[in-house]
Design a protein around this ligand. Structure first.
Ligand code: DX5
Ligand code: ZN
Length: 222
């Protein structure tokens, strides 16, 4: 089996006082940078408002994979696409009109992505598959970095891989991914890996990204 692997480090556990530099540290070895936007409503944590996120996106040396953990995301999601994010993830639980918002994200020039929390079933969203460029299966409850990987999500990842079939849709997992856990997500069919604390708590974040990619690539080609 050969599958293209993407590593998208999350800067949630990086040094927020110098995010430009933190992104530069992993830029040469990463596919995109994963930006966790939290509003303290949809999740019990706050990271950036739109203005602060836009400043990061404007100067990022890596394409930005925006993960919007905000309530009533329909309108703001399109604004994230308009300011140049490579991909924009909306949560199914936070979106009023999912197909229309996914279409709007694409029209504004970004990859459209639908994320679901651990208690949300993928089968409820099969009908929007033609509007999706990526599915994000949360492998922790969204809100914080450094939580334990939920092995019980692997059945959902497997079912999503089957649902995707031959379509060129990326399948991302987010939460608790590390050298110890990535193999389970790989085996279940994920191809795009958010890695937060395992990268930014490592002594050398770029070396950790390289190690994770090497492991994933060799594991995937078995
Ligand atoms: C959690 C965020 C994740 C987080 C992952 O709600 O969506 O992107 O940064 O961090 P780790 O890899 O530490 O679980
Ligand atoms: Zn995330």
């Amino acid at each position: 089996m050969s599958r293209e692997i993407r590593i998208t480090p999350s800067i949630l556990n990086a040094d927020f006082s110098q995010l430009d530099n933190e992104i530069k540290r992993i830029a040469d070895v990463s596919d995109l940078v994963h930006l966790d936007v939290m509003d303290d409503v949809f999740v019990p944590n706050f990271t950036f408002d739109f203005e602060a996120a836009a400043a990061i996106i404007a100067t990022s040396v890596l394409p930005v994979d925006a993960h919007l953990m905000v309530a009533n995301v329909d309108e703001i999601a399109v604004q994230y696409a308009e300011i140049g994010c490579s991909s924009v993830t909306i949560h199914a639980e936070a979106t009023r009109d999912i197909p229309q918002t996914l279409k709007n994200i694409r029209t504004a020039g970004s990859r459209s992505s639908l994320g679901i929390k651990p208690n949300t079933d993928i089968s409820d969203y099969e009908h929007v598959i033609d509007d999706v460029d990526m599915f994000l299966i949360m492998t922790v409850e969204p809100g914080f970095g450094g939580q334990s990987f939920m092995h019980e999500m692997m059945d959902k990842v497997r079912r999503t891989r089957i649902l995707i079939g031959d379509r060129p849709i990326w399948l991302q997992v987010d939460g608790g991914i590390s050298m110890k856990t990535i193999e389970y997500a790989l085996d279940a069919g994920a191809d795009t890996f958010v890695v937060g604390s395992a990268v930014f708590n490592a002594p050398d974040p770029a070396a950790m990204v390289v190690s994770i990619r090497q492991f994933a690539t060799s594991h995937g080609s078995k």
